[in-house]
Design a binder for this molecule. Structure first.
Ligand SMILES: [Zn+2]
Length: 382
């Protein structure tokens, strides 16, 4: 197949220089001003490229949402190709001067958020510029959100509204395991559990006490007994905090629980079982607060066809594209759950997301930007 954009059409050198600039603007999710500094830069680049820009002031303490749109007739309600990116990272400000310095080692470029997902966000913008210049069949909306790493609490509704008018969604989260894209993701539920008992002096009046820690320990085992590798269910008690001192029977203990499920049916079953958990001791209470945060993203028939189209373009670029399912959630969960064919993991290849070893493979940037651009050009209304 003849492709409109080849890897040689990508100015990789300029792109990598710009990527360094994005990484130098450190953007932890909870630092709205920092995230907005990067949004400022992205907005300028979007304007310079002749794209329409829409910027929504941040809410809930997060940064702004930025949307770039390809020019289209006023009042057009044509189905769009929706591209999703996030500008926030999990890394604190200052990491770049310390444990994760911006540095190149061979084909690897290290830096906070470089792989998850500043490279993908920048590649999406570059691909959109190229695609719009060459002409697309569908209008393109590229949305940059400020809060993906904390569950997209302030941006979910905006993305879902955009998805309702979308024919397809492409998500530029990092590629993984040798450049694989993501065709399915587990759903994620989050629970905060407070176990309450009764305090008492550990030496003088132990019989009056009801240990919240002991009840919580029993609950941890009950929760983690829901783990089921075969069915793809994971339940992890990630944190535990309780007690006030060595010599006091603890009155309170708190747990944070992460739950991953592959489909809606299992989601209903597992969340139901968790919410129905009760203490054995009548003097103990459980307060279980939480729900599904990201719905499961299972591959649909149309999602499979979108992957096949991407694989065909990739083959033309010399990339043998493979798809995979992952336990990690992304904003693709929201669009897939709305029935929009969604393909994820279209960003750069690399390794070490959320760690001080985070890096991208520079050689993956130009071909995968070309893949994105060709995909944007080829998509047409279903
Ligand atoms: Zn990410």
């Amino acid at each position: 197949m003849t492709l409109a954009v080849s890897a040689n059409d990508i100015d990789a050198k300029a792109l990598i220089e710009e990527l360094k600039r994005w990484v130098e603007i450190e953007t932890p999710t909870l630092d709205a001003a920092a995230v907005n500094r990067l949004a400022d830069r992205v907005e300028v680049l979007g304007r310079e490229a002749g794209l329409e820009t829409e910027r929504l002031p941040g809410t809930l303490g997060f940064g702004d949402i930025l949307a770039l749109r390809s020019p289209r007739p006023a009042g057009s309600n044509e189905k769009t190709a929706l591209i999703l990116a996030h500008l926030d990272t999990v890394h604190a400000v200052g990491v770049i001067n310390d444990r994760l310095q911006l540095r190149q080692e061979g084909d690897k470029l290290y830096g906070p958020g470089i792989y998850d997902m500043k490279s993908g966000a920048l590649m999406a913008l570059e691909a959109m510029k190229l695609a719009v210049r060459r002409g697309t069949r569908m209008p393109i909306d590229l949305i940059f959100v400020p809060d993906e790493e904390m569950g997209s609490l302030s941006s979910r509704a905006f993305m879902e509204a955009a998805a309702k008018n979308a024919g397809y969604t492409l998500v530029v989260e990092p590629a993984r395991d040798g450049g694989k894209v993501v065709t399915a993701r587990k759903g994620v539920a989050m629970y905060d559990v407070t176990v309450r008992g009764r305090a008492a002096h550990a030496g003088a009046r132990p019989q009056d006490g009801r240990s919240a820690i002991r009840a919580a320990a029993r609950l941890v085992l009950e929760l983690e007994a829901l783990n089921d590798t075969e069915r793809g269910v994971t339940v992890t008690v990630g944190t535990i905090q309780g007690g006030t001192g060595r010599n006091t029977v603890p009155a309170e203990c708190r747990l944070q629980v992460d739950v991953r499920v592959p489909d809606d049916k299992i989601a209903t079953e597992i969340t139901g079982r968790i919410e129905a958990m009760r203490p054995v001791d009548p003097d103990i209470t459980f307060e279980i607060v939480g729900q599904m945060n990201r719905p499961p993203f299972a591959q649909s028939e149309e999602g499979k066809r979108l992957f096949d189209a991407a694989a065909e373009i990739a083959a033309g670029l010399g990339i043998a594209l493979e798809g995979m399912a992952t336990g990690g959630g992304s904003d693709g969960n929201f669009t897939a759950a709305l029935g929009v064919p969604t393909l994820d993991g279209l960003g750069a290849d690399g390794a070490g997301p959320h760690t001080f070893n985070e890096h991208v493979f520079l050689s993956s940037i130009a071909p995968r930007t070309a893949l994105l651009a060709n995909l944007m050009i080829s998509l047409e209304a279903r």
